[in-house]
Design a protein around this ligand. Structure first.
Ligand code: ATP
Length: 288
């Protein structure tokens, strides 16, 4: 095999709770991850020269060691003592610094692709064990789907997929650093925590209203205060008929859940018309 392709899907958090800050600075989370149908493409090709080359159509992304794809490839290839060469071409669609795990998903897809291209024979668990050294979301991104994510993000429990919906995903034109958001979160001062256990039960029942009623993200306490546009987008989505709307991850991306495609499209148009976001998708959950 000379080349292989992988899709790197984005995720949203339909529920995100932070339980405590550990002495080592990591936060213990309890969140529900869901793959959405927005993806980057990776083409992995063997090269005659040893080493890792990255190419991308997105001019803001680094193509050196700072790209998570490079780091993931280097980690896996060094672990397997491989000296072959690979070129990875990334077509970027997932909004950047958005709370959609775009970089982590690219890194996970690179690991999956290398495993296939060089016939490494790594198990999913092995890729996850290596991947977590690079980022807490990578073990989830290796498999995707609907998962309860605990610990620092590495303890994963598969959950039943939510019912099919129409999803509006809007990323306002601001870049939010995950480190800033977690750094400014005061876990001990949080007044409310989302009912993640209740949401797990609602997922088991296939109860969409129950899921939507329990949507919550404690990181909104930091990001929404800094960027009120997030609340504005949520309000537009709700006014336009969303069952509920929430910020994903550390933000600033907002998603709204709709049962009617036309309402979802009209919400997306309203957000664009009001200039609240430029990157807007009408999409759905990706359920496997
Ligand atoms: P998360 O939900 O995991 O917090 P995010 O959506 O907030 O992720 P990313 O888009 O993954 O954030 O990336 C944030 C930073 O990582 C950007 O500043 C970007 O320059 C850098 N980065 C490195 N490699 C990549 C990549 N392949 N794709 C996107 N960003 C990358």
């Amino acid at each position: 095999m000379q080349q292989t392709r992988e899709r790197a899907y984005a995720k949203i958090n339909i529920g995100l709770d932070v339980l405590r800050r550990r002495p080592d600075g990591y936060h213990e989370v309890k969140m529900i991850m869901q793959t959405v149908d927005i993806y980057d493409d990776l083409l992995l090709e063997k090269t005659a020269q040893p080493g890792i080359q990255i190419q991308t159509d997105h001019e803001e992304l680094p193509v050196n060691r700072d790209n998570l794809i490079y780091r993931a490839a280097a980690l896996l290839m060094e672990d397997k003592k491989m000296t072959e060469g690979v070129k990875i071409t990334l077509t970027k669609r997932i909004p950047i610094a958005a709370g959609m795990a775009g970089g982590s998903s690219d890194a996970a897809a690179a690991m999956r692709g290398l495993n296939v291209l060089f016939d490494m024979g790594c198990s999913v668990e092995e890729l996850q064990r290596l991947g977590v050294k690079l980022g807490a979301d990578i073990p989830y991104c290796i498999v995707g789907g609907t998962m309860l994510s605990e610990g620092i993000g590495e303890i994963l429990t598969p959950l039943p997929a939510p019912p099919d919906v129409h999803l509006v995903v809007a990323k306002p034109d601001i870049n939010v650093s995950t480190a800033f958001v977690y750094g400014n979160l005061h876990v001990e001062r949080l007044q409310e925590h989302p009912d993640i256990d209740g949401m797990v039960q609602a997922l088991s029942r296939g109860d969409l209203q129950g899921i939507c009623d329990r949507m919550g993200n404690v990181l909104e306490t930091v990001t929404v205060q800094e960027y009120p546009v997030i609340e504005e987008i949520k309000q537009v989505m709700r006014k336009k008929g969303a069952l509920n709307a929430l910020m994903s991850g550390s933000g600033p991306t907002v998603f709204g859940i709709f049962t009617d495609r036309k309402l979802a499209e009209s919400a997306a148009e309203a957000i664009a018309r009001k200039n609240l976001a430029r990157q807007i998708f009408v999409t759905g959950f990706l359920t496997v």
